[in-house]
Ligand binder design. Structure first.
Ligand code: NDP
Ligand code: MG
Length: 385
């Protein structure tokens, strides 16, 4: 029996991880589950998977916990995340969204846990601290993000050879072919129509703006210790090749499959083995041609901004991430147009410059400054319009 704790169990990744658990009740047992505010959904999961502990970050009245769940220890607030991350178990899947995941990843590593990582923002903001800690405890981070899982799978065939380049694929999102003027006015509904993947709202908007791919270059930089100039992005609208690695002899190894997150989640859960995941088999006869193109730097400046931040070092990636989280939310709340997301991030980076990111405190402070600055920029833009 493998014991697993899932932080962010009510989200898109969390529920798919639980789907895998329910497909393999003989192999997995749930230790802890956490949600932010979806109490009813969490209660249902507790009823079904019977964890020892469950946490809700947004507190509710303990009297509102259903009587039949008394076998489970409930905690409320931020401390619930700490308990869930550190409770003795075999695997901790961090599938919280946003920089909120960084603290939990560090808590889990401090407790010597094996981390399965969906929360890319933890590596974007605290990549050096996370990777150093994982190395120190001798438990490498197992990636869940599909591109990084693909690269990780390809590297299993690398032996002692280091790749010369990572080829990170991207679907291009719903606006891949939209002219700039049309993108500027795109609605949230339109941005949420991802052509291939079904995901949480924040990452779906990030996919439309391409900030998701900027964050993924940063994630790959830390996971695979590669400088940004060795990480290429290929727009691949069919989402069949999930990413690839290139070696010095010219050989390229790619990982393919249908776009179903249960494959990379299951790989992290069963590594170095594999798990029946419920995903359809890939039928290469029906996929049609597989195409690859460059991303348009004019319509999608996010990749350039991401690369500039990686080269600048320090807290630059944290500032990009914080400004993007604030702008992404403002767009979802209809406070800025789609084009305002990139403008807000770029302007925040210009106003704040770069500072140190040596400690978790430095990183959380940079995040706070980035959000404040982005909010000012959003308010100023609203006044002007
Ligand atoms: P969702 O928004 O669907 O789910 C987020 C989960 O985290 C929910 O359980 C939510 O609880 C909880 N949560 C939200 N805010 C906080 C907070 N401040 N503190 C603690 N818990 C919180 O996100 P996704 O599942 O789509 O994404 C999760 C992570 O995985 C992201 O970092 C994303 O980039 C990454 N990822 C996701 C992919 C996908 O296919 N979805 C693919 C690759 C990476 P509640 O439900 O109560 O709000
Ligand atoms: Mg991805």
């Amino acid at each position: 029996m493998t014991r697993i704790s899932i932080l962010g169990s009510t989200g898109s990744i969390g529920t798919q991880a639980l789907d895998l658990v329910s497909r393999h009740p003989d192999r997995y047992q749930v230790t802890a589950l956490t949600a932010y505010a979806q109490a009813d959904r969490l209660f249902e999961q507790v009823r079904r998977f019977r964890p020892q502990m469950a946490g809700l970050v947004k507190p509710i009245d303990p009297a509102d916990i259903p009587q039949d769940l008394s076998f489970c220890h409930f905690e409320m607030g931020e401390k619930a995340l700490h308990t869930a991350a550190t409770l003795e178990t075999d695997q901790v899947l961090v599938s919280i969204v946003g920089i909120a995941g960084l603290k939990s990843v560090m808590d889990a590593l401090d407790a010597g846990q094996q981390v399965l990582l969906a929360n890319k923002e933890a590596l974007v903001t605290g990549g050096h601290l996370v990777m150093d800690k994982a190395k120190a405890i001798g438990k490498p981070i197992l990636p869940v993000d599909s591109e990084h899982s693909a690269i990780f799978q390809c590297l299993q065939a690398a032996g002692p050879n280091r790749p010369v380049r990572l080829l990170l694929t991207a679907s291009g999102g719903p606006f891949r072919n939209w002219p700039l003027e049309k993108m500027e006015k795109a609605t949230c509904q339109e941005a949420l129509q991802h052509p291939n993947w079904s995901m949480g709202a924040k990452i779906t908007i990030d996919s439309a703006s391409m900030f998701n791919k900027a964050l993924e270059i940063m994630e790959a930089r830390w996971l695979f210790d590669m400088t940004e100039d060795r990480i290429r992005v290929l727009i691949h609208p069919q989402s069949v090749v999930h990413s690839a690695v290139e070696f010095e002899d010219g050989a390229v190894i790619a990982q393919m499959g249908v776009p179903d997150m249960r494959v990379p989640i299951g790989y992290a859960m069963s590594f170095p083995g594999r798990l029946e995941s419920g995903a359809r088999p890939l039928d290469l006869f029906s996929t049609g041609p597989l195409t690859f193109e460059e991303s348009d730097p004019v319509r999608f400046p996010a990749l350039r901004l991401g690369r500039e931040c990686l080269r600048a070092g320090g807290n630059a990636c944290t500032i990009l991430n914080g400004a993007n989280e604030a702008a992404n939310e403002a767009f979802r709340e209809n406070r800025i147009p789609f084009g305002g997301i990139t403008r807000t991030v770029e302007e925040t980076l210009q106003r704040l410059g770069t500072g140190p990111a040596d400690t978790l405190e430095d990183i959380f402070e940079a995040d706070r400054q980035a959000r404040l600055c982005a909010s000012d920029i959003i308010a100023e833009a609203k006044k002007k319009s």
